[in-house]
Design a binder for this molecule. Structure first.
Ligand code: IMP
Ligand code: MG
Length: 180
């Protein structure tokens, strides 16, 4: 794997797709165990745009009937959070009374997860769980329980597998870290 350049910044390989796929297998097993015999149709909430690739890979591995709903939240500019989370697109379906699994690309400060939980409460869901591909434990400052975590990473800026730097880099199949 080679370094990649996006605008003014260079990124070096951090996690190859083979390891990402293994981590998704593991997290899908955990979710399958919890939801296998469910009689309802749980909702997978894809948080656009970052979670597109993770949602697609994860749902292929799920063995129960589920529905995909999306919303779009934004908070990042360049390589850091603005601290303000904006809902740039509302929920694509009614989710009241339903069980929801939030599918996130990454949990960093936790601001987005807190806002998502608030939105779900406001919409009257019966239960919500959090599933994230990546988690930065050193940056997380909230109490919201992260039910399914595929991989932990250091507190550095990354791109690839859905994650972007100013909207580019999402298409990379591997994950790259900012090179210093
Ligand atoms: P939080 O609200 O600080 O937890 O950040 C969550 C959102 O910020 C994620 O859903 C991502 O869209 C974005 N984000 C956080 N860390 C990174 C990163 O290292 N690279 C790219 N996007 C990130
Ligand atoms: Mg995101």
């Amino acid at each position: 794997m080679n370094k990649v350049k996006l605008f003014d910044k260079t990124f070096r390989p951090l996690i190859p797709y083979s390891r990402i796929a293994e981590a998704i297998d593991k997290v899908a097993d955990e979710i399958n165990k919890d939801f296998m015999d469910c009689e309802d149709i749980p909702i997978l909430l894809c948080v656009l745009n970052g979670s597109i690739m993770f949602t697609a890979e994860l749902m292929k591995r799920l063995k129960f009937n589920c529905q995909v709903v999306s919303t779009k939240l934004t908070s990042y500019e360049g390589t850091s959070t603005t601290g303000k989370v904006k809902q740039a697109m509302g929920l694509t379906s009614d989710i009241s009374g339903r069980r929801v699994i939030i599918i996130e690309d990454i949990v960093d400060s936790g601001n987005t997860i807190v806002e998502l939980k608030r939105i779900l409460d406001e919409n009257g869901v019966s239960e919500s769980k959090v599933c994230t591909l990546l988690y930065k434990p050193e940056a997380y400052k909230k109490d919201v329980k992260l039910d399914y975590v595929a991989m932990e990473i250091p507190n550095d800026f990354i791109v690839g597998f859905g994650l972007d730097y100013n909207e580019v880099g999402r298409n990379f199949q591997d994950i790259y870290i900012l090179d210093i």
